[in-house]
Design a protein around this ligand. Structure first.
Ligand SMILES: *Cc1c(COP(=O)(O)O)cnc(C)c1O
Length: 222
């Protein structure tokens, strides 16, 4: 017998509460971004019906196909883009999302600044940091992060709200969470997007304000 999305959501919420208490934090300061990439609308619907309102998608095209109809039924839904963003998709993204977790290069900062001014929308922006210095991964190298954040602020007039990381697979995540928190602190950034199904409790212990959880809520992706 498989558990329902509603049950799994409830169990993730209980774990968040538990991890928050264990670390002297308030669960209400931890936003659960339910990652619905590849998950069909019919499976997302039970999470909405159960009252969940913050979701993450990694592709603009897919979000555009699924979310306008779901948002029509649940208008207070908040959508977060957690995957790579091409500059030619920025306009579409701004029409749809409330936060972008993948600001990782200056050309994207420039395009965001230009389009945000044009459409008058300002999603929350997270700079993605490649904490493991992996060649296969997007994100700003840790040694470049301070300078990139300053460039976003000074040259492009962007408000940066926080940082995001995806630790390397098969490595302990804690050192990456610690590093991300340190970079955020010295740059005066309040938000930390870190922790996925396998390690969100650990991320909460290191100060995560946004955890991105897919599998633990919707089950394994096809
Ligand atoms: C898919 C994805 C997640 C969710 O991963 P799970 O292990 O399914 O919880 C989180 N963050 C990003 C950037 C992702 O692409």
């Amino acid at each position: 017998m498989s558990t329902s999305v509603k049950d799994r959501l409830q169990s993730v919420r209980a774990s968040i509460e538990h991890a928050a208490v264990a670390n002297g934090r308030e669960a209400e300061n931890i936003t659960l971004v339910a990652v619905s990439k590849t998950i069909p609308a019919t499976t997302i619907e039970p999470a909405l019906a159960a009252g969940h309102r913050v979701f993450g998608e990694n592709r603009v095209q897919e979000a555009k196909a699924k979310w306008p109809a779901l948002k029509a039924s649940y208008p207070d839904t908040e959508l977060h883009l957690i995957g790579p963003l091409q500059t030619n998709k920025v306009r579409d993204a701004l029409g749809l999302v409330d936060a972008i977790h993948s600001l990782d290069r200056e050309s994207l900062a420039a395009m965001l600044a230009k389009e945000m001014a044009r459409v008058g929308r300002s999603p929350k922006l997270f700079v993605e940091v490649n904490t493991g210095n992996e060649t296969s991964k997007a994100g700003i190298a840790p040694v470049e992060a301070d300078r990139f954040i300053e460039t976003c602020r000074e040259r492009h007039g962007l408000v940066i709200s926080g940082l995001m990381c995806i630790p390397p697979l098969g490595e302990p995540a804690s050192p990456h969470f610690t590093l991300l928190a340190k970079i955020a602190e010295r740059n005066g950034l309040p938000l930390l997007s870190m922790g996925m199904s396998a390690d969100y409790e650990e991320a909460i212990a290191h100060g995560a304000t946004h955890i991105r959880v897919g599998t633990a809520i919707f089950g394994a992706r096809a």
